[in-house]
Design a protein around this ligand. Sequence first.
Ligand code: CP3
Length: 344
Amino acid sequence: MKLQNDLILRTAKGEKTERTPVWLMRQAGRVLPEYRKVREKMGGFKELVETPEFACEVTIQPVDILGVDAAIIFSDILVIPEAMGLPYQMLEAKGPWFERTIQNKADIDALHIAEGEDLHYVLEAIRLTKKGLNGRVPLIGFAGAPWTIFSYMIEGSGSKTFSKAKKFLYTNPRLAHTLLEKITESTLNYLLAQVKAGADMIQIFDSWAGVLSPEQYREFSLRYITRICDGLKAETNVPVTVFAKDAFFARKDISEINCDTIGLDWTMDIAESRALIGPGKTLQGNMDPCLLYASDEVIVNETHKMLKAFGPLRHIANLGHGLYPDTEKEKVKLFVHTIKEFRF
Ligand code: CP3
């Protein structure tokens, strides 16, 4: 089906567009009272993710309510460890938790390499959402980067330092690579299946990129992201975004891989990033989500500043990380509206 609004796809490919497109990380979620209503009806986060009709409903909500230029499929990066054999729970106010974690070679050998069909509920949610969107805006599919997924598999939850995951890299680098290989293969299978099911664009989230040194980042993260990008490019023509949170040191390296868009967080200077990355990639971001706690006037001024700093070409407006749950919906709407009204 032909898309009525393909601004994001054209911007990702480097075409000049009539205005800067916008979507928001974590746009489907707790900032919307409409989401909380569906979530209460379902009981829990996982039930929502695993029931395609409801995942579809909350995926489309921000398109209707916030007016964003893309939808992102409602799911989580942790469905991959689960499909490989490590089930997760989402604890209220605590976040993800794994009952079993990876400790040794036997644990890694026992892991299954996921096929797309292992995540049939996500694929079904994508198919339903494509129908429901009816060509209004593109649908973004996603997965975690292998390093970020590895971290959760070793730690079993979030962490301030990710010291257990990093200890594994220093004490058992060969085994670490074995595990990263398995995650990479599973993730590529899953992303290819998402594209087949209808995803128009893919984003890879490397949320814990920032705990690695530049050298470790190249060896244990970028190597595998590169493989996923190459695998996607070999079999599809959807644009690919790489978002490596806090990895300011890796911007130049990321500019050399087979992706279309690079996500920036708010600590990364816009002009410096463009100079490091060069003109060949689209940049996405990078407003501090905390701006949305400010007055309307400050939000409009800062948003204009951001748009001018990126300029009219190759920019997809977004935040530098996901929306915080206590953000007011009206402030989010103002941010989106300000971007959509702006012209160079
Ligand atoms: O709107 C969207 O962006 C699409 C859905 C989406 C979710 N998680 C839903 C979710 C996406 C793209 C993710 C990615 C994700 N999940 C990442 C990468 C992006 C990032 O934030 O760095 C990570 C690290 C996770 C793991 C995860 N999931 C954590 C750490 C948490 C708890 C903390 C938090 O931010 O809420 C989750 C839960 C989660 N994933 C919620 C949502 C809407 C909140 C669950 C709820 O209470 O309803």
